[in-house]
Write a protein of this length. Structure first.
Length: 298
């Protein structure tokens, strides 16, 4: 039986074609919201959502996320970008403008467990995650039927201690220029070079409520300590193992009767929720990295 063909790209939702997002960061001082609102009003944009944060009103950093509607956004983007460039020079501002209709391309890395991948596939199919899964990469062949069944290309790239650099390079060639890489229970440590390829665009789910119980077998460690809460942490990946900026966390209660396998089973439900939420927030431009922390406009 032949493998299913990859799905055709989903056409943009007509309701989203004129919707934009603007994320701005600059030194905090009076008037920032006013000038940005004036800029958008001058080009005919209507602000529909606004969230902001100041690290310190005196000498801190101001962060703002706006959603707006602007007729013929794609055609008028150049005009809006020119106005933002001028404002950025005046206010020492960095900014990012995205069109909501754009569907970012994701590469998902997995090993043998499928729960996190299944959740991402479901949310894309249901329209809850406005993204396209471009491919699935794995160091084991186990999940090929899951990916192929969803019409997503699957690449098996075996990894051994002696071939790790070559395998990682092959994986990078396969994923190409995707917008985001998701480590959905990929049980390999990626190199500093891999991290540098996707700065603030590489998300991992760790099956522990970090910073507790880092490493490869946190449920056993949690069981041995008799914890009453277990959890999961989605974070950006940096060269420092399990120490990147945290995006989302969740916990579940357990008691003395829970075995290690009970914890793993309960943890799978927490992990899939936490990872999918973190990826969704990233795709929706809701996560801004601030040093070792994140600002999340949820």
């Amino acid at each position: 039986m032949s493998a299913p063909l990859p799905p055709s790209p989903r056409p943009p939702d007509a309701r989203l074609t004129d919707v934009g997002r603007l994320v701005v960061r600059c030194p905090d001082r009076p008037g920032i919201v006013a000038v940005l609102s004036r800029l958008l009003a001058d080009v005919g944009a209507n602000i529909t959502d606004s969230q902001q944060h100041s690290s310190d009103p005196v000498g801190g950093t101001f962060t703002l996320r706006l959603e707006f509607v602007l007729a013929d956004l794609a055609a008028r983007r150049h005009q809006l970008e020119g106005a933002l460039d001028l404002l950025a020079r005046q206010w020492e501002m960095t900014w990012r403008l995205t069109e909501v209709a754009h569907r970012p391309r994701l590469a998902v890395f997995v090993s043998r467990t499928d729960h996190a991948l299944q959740e991402l596939l479901y949310r894309v199919r249901a329209g809850d995650l406005q993204a396209e899964i471009a491919c699935v990469v794995s160091n084991h062949p186990d999940l090929e039927p899951v990916a192929r069944g969803a019409g997503v290309p699957f690449h098996h790239v075996p990894v051994t201690p002696g071939t790790k650099p070559e395998a990682e390079q092959r994986a990078l060639e396969l994923v190409g220029d995707v917008d985001l890489v998701v480590l959905a229970r990929y049980m390999q440590i990626v190199s500093a070079e891999f991290c540098a390829r996707f700065p603030e665009r590489l998300i991992n789910i760790h099956h522990s409520f970090l910073p507790a119980f880092v490493g490869a077998n946190p449920y056993q460690a949690a069981h041995d300590r008799g914890v009453k809460l277990i959890g999961a942490t989605a974070h950006y990946v940096t060269p420092d193992l399990d120490a990147g900026p945290i995006i989302e966390q969740e916990v579940a209660r357990v008691d003395h009767r829970a075995t290690v396998e009970d914890m793993r089973r309960i943890g799978r439900y927490v992990e899939r929720q936490v990872l999918a939420q973190a990826v969704t927030w990233h795709v929706e431009d809701r996560v801004i990295v601030e040093g070792d922390r994140t600002i999340v406009f949820a």
